[in-house]
Write a new protein. Structure first.
Length: 142
């Protein structure tokens, strides 16, 4: 008989999952608005700018949640990953305002990929945003 820790996702972990999920939804809209603009729908640039504000705001909220995860769950990886994404988004935001598309577009692609990977990590438990101090459960092998 092997005793394994019973993992349960804490409210803090659920909050991180919710914020990362909202962040992914918002960031995935950005290339859609940019693409629509490039095909001639000039109103889409306004939506892309609004989306940039939303994405950046959610990113900063995610930094706060990641700090709470670090303090409460003693897990630093969500904070480090979130800081990398928030830094990239901030640079991308200002590159977009400046019209530096040579930086804005590739950094946007990398940011979307990084957020999708972070989303997978927090939802599949690869990063364990769970309370490892939960009661242990017994596993029976036949």
């Amino acid at each position: 008989m092997l005793t394994m820790p019973a993992h349960r996702t804490t409210p803090t972990g659920w909050t991180l999952r919710a914020v990362v999920s909202a962040h992914v939804v918002a960031v995935v809209g950005q290339p859609v608005f940019a693409g629509a603009y490039l095909t001639g729908d000039f109103d889409s640039l306004r939506w892309h700018a609004i989306g940039a504000d939303v994405v950046t705001s959610i990113g900063y909220l995610q930094v706060i949640v990641a700090i709470v995860v670090w303090i409460r769950l003693r897990q630093v990886w969500p904070f480090l990953a979130t800081m990398a994404v928030a830094a990239a988004e901030t640079v991308q935001y200002f590159a977009g305002l400046d019209g530096a598309l040579w930086l804005h577009i590739p950094l946007g692609v990398m940011t979307v990929v990084a957020l999708v990977v972070l989303f997978i990590a927090v939802w599949l438990g690869g990063g364990h945003v769970r309370d490892d101090k939960a009661p242990r459960r017994e596993v029976h092998h036949a």
